[in-house]
Design a protein around this ligand. Structure first.
Ligand code: ADP
Length: 378
């Protein structure tokens, strides 16, 4: 089935036309403002209609809350439930809702399917999902761990066996390390712990987000007169590498400054690497060992320095890097040495494949349901 995968990011809209797992075309549209972005997206879509038209559209939605534990065909009711979830992801959901509304309101008959980043983590055990916070916050306010980057982790689980030429390792940690970053502990392919929580702010040190910090910071600042909006802005846009390095969130630029021995870039790099190594160490304890580690996302896939620093930190787990493999090559590849007790892989993140796979599954399910209904009616 040909699926148009639509991935709305904070600064761009990635659209990919896939036939099964093969990419037929892709198009990245800067999201200068949502209206211009959407017009361009629709123009690109009608362009593809002439050649090999999509048979369904799948859209990445960052947060499904408790309402959506599975991908769903989008209709007005789904959109109205999503509207209610905006407080859970105020920076991401409004864009996704605008994209979904535009795509469903185009006057075509193609099914539009929402695929949620949170749904992969529905397997989290209560020890991971529950925060040690008052029970009524969980019950009444939905304060619990949801986890993100699920589309990326889902594809790792699907792709790794083929790359390894073996079954999926029982005890695997995957790290999606880009501007946003998280880690996931996977036991037999299921998420049992992950570093992002109610929101995508928790866990690892990111481009402009802080990762784990003391929650006591917030009442302290609120009492000093900071508003929730000011805190949210600083936590989303001016923290992480950006804060530590003195204004640089792009990892490539941090690396350039490392060459010049800029102490603030060294601090930013070290703290980011440590946060990843700490997550992998902790998750190995949860999994009872570690067989494989996957590093993906812009930094995980491309930065040999970041991978090398993480692998060295993990030597106590029996991780040994292969300096030559790690420093050269591109694409999906093994970067650990023959003597490593843990196989370490650098992978190109393919969220579009999960979107396409899920869209195809939901459309197939709908077709079966329709057939059943047709059979009863006949
Ligand atoms: P997003 O979370 O926005 O999808 P990406 O996964 O595209 O982010 O990752 C972006 C990050 O990857 C940026 O910090 C960028 O500097 C970094 N990156 C991309 N290519 C390289 C490279 N060749 N070397 C080091 N870092 C890289």
């Amino acid at each position: 089935m040909r699926v148009l995968s639509v991935n709305p990011g904070s600064s761009s809209l990635k659209t990919t036309l896939l036939d099964g797992e093969d990419i037929l075309a892709d198009h990245e549209i800067p999201l200068e403002d949502s209206v211009t972005g959407m017009r361009k997206a629709l123009a690109a879509l009608s362009l593809w209609r002439h050649k090999s038209p999509p048979q369904a559209i799948g859209v990445r939605v960052v947060h499904g809350g408790r309402a959506f534990e599975d991908s769903v065909r989008v209709d007005p009711e789904v959109l109205s439930v999503l509207e209610k979830l905006i407080p859970l992801a105020p920076l991401h959901l409004p864009i996704a809702i605008r994209v979904l509304s535009a795509l469903t309101g185009m006057g075509h008959s193609l099914p539009v399917v929402a695929v949620f980043d949170t749904q992969f983590h529905r397997t989290l055990p209560e020890t991971a999902r529950r925060y040690a916070l008052p029970e009524e916050w969980e019950k009444d306010e939905g304060i619990e761990k949801y986890g993100f980057h699920g589309l990326s982790y889902d594809d790792v689980v699907h792709r790794l066996p083929t790359l390894l030429g073996a079954t999926l390792p029982e005890r695997l940690v995957a790290v999606h390390w880009g501007n946003g970053a998280s880690a996931c502990a996977l036991l037999r392919g299921q998420s049992v712990e992950t570093s992002m929580g109610l929101t995508p702010l928790d866990g690892l040190v990111m481009g402009t987000r802080p990762g784990s910090i003391d929650p006591g910071i917030f009442p302290t600042l609120l009492r000093k007169g900071y508003t929730p909006e000011a805190l949210e802005e600083a936590l989303n846009h001016r923290s992480g590498l950006f804060a530590l390095s003195g204004g640089v969130s792009d990892f490539r630029e941090i690396e350039e400054r490392l060459e010049r021995k800029d102490p603030r870039a060294v601090l930013a790099f070290e703290k980011a690497v440590l946060s990843v190594a700490m997550a992998v160490g902790a998750y190995s304890a949860i999994l009872g060992g570690l067989e494989a580690l996957v590093l993906t996302g812009g930094i995980g896939e491309h930065s040999w320095r970041a991978r090398e620093a993480v692998m060295k930190r993990l030597a106590f787990l029996g991780v040994r890097d292969d300096p030559e493999a790690n420093r050269s090559g591109t694409g999906d590849r093994r970067v650990s040495g023959e003597d490593s007790r843990v196989a370490v892989w650098a992978l190109h993140a393919r969220e579009d494949r999960t979107i396409a796979r899920e869209t195809q599954r939901i459309v197939g399910y709908m077709a079966k349901e329709n057939q059943k209904a047709g059979g009863v009616n006949a």
